[in-house]
Design a protein around this ligand. Structure first.
Ligand code: F6P
Length: 333
């Protein structure tokens, strides 16, 4: 072993991992990768339960390669998660640093979205702790990665529901308004709209015009379409599926149905794609910590591992694929 490696090992003996914010399928595959790659690097890996809330309470569990067996296929997160208001305060940060120092945790991997990364960055700035973030959110709204862990599973889950809805929508010749998650962004709606062959998608990134939507629905039926599948992103500025459907009904008086897919989209066994992404990002995060990197999110851009300063992940805006949006409209004709 080279001298340089010895210094790195001496500094970093124990690392922690936590999942925070909304859970996402594939988080467990990521935890597994972190634990096993940690062991490979002779690091002790400590799991922090319930995200930052558990960190503040010192709710820790020692993890080893055998303890993360049989979790790669499970949805949710075995470490559990939380949304923690206290971590947004200077007192919370101070407390968290104290717990990490007391436990001898010199490196931390945080899996989640931008809220998770803000907490991670605050920790890196407040104490002598190295942090690496990993994007894990079904919303896929994190700058610095093409895909976040959980997104692929969520869109496939939504898709299988939409395929089923299409059967009944066509049989009874009804418009259906299907609301999908995504917070203030339309990434889920766009991908699901393309893959599900939707007639329309309503997303926060583009203005929703009810008159235009009505025109499309009417035109679709005139063209001989048996149904109209309208995907509504939960964050659309015109309101959720209920409000939009009501406005359409007031103009067209067409019998319609609404389906809010809700938290179904967050559960279930992760797809192969999410498991592979989670494994790659978990391994890259451990590697980064061992090499003294800190204050970055590790993601994947154009198939390559990419590091983005944590601050950029919330300061910069990830753009929707405009070409995909245009294509969706062409294909819906
Ligand atoms: O961020 C993931 C997400 O599922 C969003 O799509 C959704 O708006 C939100 O979390 C729901 O949060 P909760 O589970 O706290 O209701």
């Amino acid at each position: 072993m080279k001298g340089e490696d010895l210094v790195k090992r001496d500094f970093m003996k124990r690392i922690g991992v936590l999942t925070s914010g909304g859970d996402a399928p594939g988080m467990n595959a990521c935890i597994r990768a972190i634990v096993r790659c940690g062991a490979r690097n002779k690091l002790e890996v400590v799991g922090i339960r319930r995200g930052y809330a558990g960190l503040l309470e010192g709710d820790l569990v020692r993890l080893g390669p055998r303890l993360v067996a049989n979790i790669i296929q499970r949805g949710g997160t075995v470490l559990e998660t939380a949304r923690c208001e206290e971590m947004k305060t200077p007192e919370g940060i101070k407390k968290a640093v104290q717990v990490l120092q007391r436990e001898g945790i010199a490196g931390l991997v945080t899996i989640g979205g931008d809220g998770t990364f803000r907490g991670a960055m605050a920790l890196a700035e407040a104490g002598d702790i190295k942090v690496i973030g990993i994007p894990g959110t079904i919303d896929n709204d994190v700058y610095g990665t093409d895909y976040a862990i959980g997104f692929d599973t969520a869109i496939n889950t939504a898709l299988s529901a939409i395929d089923k809805i299409r059967d009944t929508a066509g049989s009874l010749q009804r418009p259906f308004f299907i609301e999908v998650m995504g917070r203030e962004r339309g990434f889920i709606a766009l991908d699901v709209g393309i893959a599900g062959g939707a007639e329309d998608i309503l997303i926060p990134e583009t203005e929703t015009k009810i008159e235009e939507l009505c025109l499309n629905i009417r035109r679709n039926f005139k063209r001989g379409k048996k149904s109209s599948i309208v995907i509504v992103a939960e964050g659309d500025e015109a309101g959720g599926a209920f409000r939009i459907a009501q406005q359409v009904w007031e103009r067209l008086r067409l019998d319609y149905r609404i389906c809010v897919l809700g938290h179904i989209q967050r559960g279930g066994s992760p797809t192969a794609r999410d498991r592979i992404l989670a494994s790659k990002l978990g391994a890259a995060a451990v590697d980064a910590l061992v090499n003294g990197k800190s204050g970055y999110m590790v993601g994947e851009l154009k198939g390559e591992i990419a590091f983005t300063p944590l601050k950029e992940t919330w300061e910069k805006r990830k753009e929707l694929d405009n070409n995909l949006l245009q294509l969706m409209k062409v294909l819906a004709t």
